[in-house]
Design a protein around this ligand. Structure first.
Ligand code: NAD
Length: 232
């Protein structure tokens, strides 16, 4: 199956799901994992708009798996637990790990930095190849999805929670023309309460990677928007 086939099938299913949710649970938090996430989240936004139930603070593309990968690779390399923010999108070069902002701080440079950055961005392909036709990163996705769900549930319970997700992002829209962009967010009982400009604090290397991929991300977002215009 080509990426376009995957998009058309999953976009169609997600228009159906979003339409049903708009009617049955219009105030829910929607956590989208269907790939390609970069295009399917805009599919949800556009579909919900058609039903006048769209609330950008309650729609999330789940990119937690990218962060789990970055954390795992950095933790293995440095022999201690490391938290690495990962921003941008959720496909290949649009996934940009920000090792310069890792906590506790770590130092990667040169070829090693290139290698780690590439491995986070293309880790999904590595899993597909390792499973040799047996599927994709199903269990790690389940773990990542559960982690993000737990954050949303904690926020619904009244606590503010820091997370990273692919969400409507007015800063990125102004800077790059990308209406959606994965970044650090604060969650509260009604959804997103703050969207941070994580890239502003990143290294020159990381900001260059963001600048190099935004055309692709814009195209992928438009693909989702155009799909809904052609269907609804
Ligand atoms: N966001 C991420 O990090 C991430 C990671 C891995 C996989 N994924 C994506 O998650 C999705 C699911 O992956 P999977 O490995 O669980 O796939 P899968 O094929 O194992 O499961 C898909 C499920 O969807 C159901 N389904 C099919 N058509 C449907 C419809 N019209 N309405 C409702 N349900 C329908 C199928 O019955 C099946 O149970 C894929 O889009 C995959 O690309 C995302």
């Amino acid at each position: 199956m080509t990426r376009d086939d995957l998009f058309n099938i999953n976009a169609g299913i997600n228009v159906e799901l979003a339409s049903a949710c708009a009617k049955e649970c219009p105030n829910a938090m929607y956590l989208v994992v269907s790939n390609p996430v970069n295009s399917i989240v805009p599919v949800w936004a556009e579909t919900l708009k058609k039903f006048n139930t769209y609330n950008p603070n309650r729609l999330f593309g789940v990119t937690t798996l990218d962060i789990s990968r970055a954390n795992t690779f950095a933790s293995e390399r440095f022999g201690m637990p490391v938290n690495v923010p990962v921003v941008g999108g959720h496909a290949g070069n649009t996934i940009v790990p920000l090792f310069s902002l890792a906590q506790p701080s770590i130092h990667l440079e040169g070829e090693e930095l290139d290698k780690f950055t590439h491995r986070v961005a293309f880790g999904g392909d590595e899993v597909v190849q390792a499973k040799a036709g047996g599927g994709s990163a199903t269990l790690s996705m389940a773990a990542a999805g559960a982690k993000f769900c737990e954050s949303v549930l904690t926020a619904l319970n009244g606590e503010q929670v820091e997370e990273i997700a692919y969400v409507v992002n007015t800063v990125a829209e102004k800077k790059y023309g990308t209406s959606f962009f994965a970044t650090e967010i604060t969650l509260g009982p009604d959804g997103i309460v703050d969207v941070k400009d994580t890239v502003a604090n990143a290294s020159d290397y990381e900001r260059a990677r963001v600048n190099a991929m935004v055309d692709d991300l814009r195209t992928q977002i438009k693909k989702g928007i155009d799909f809904v215009s052609s269907k609804l």
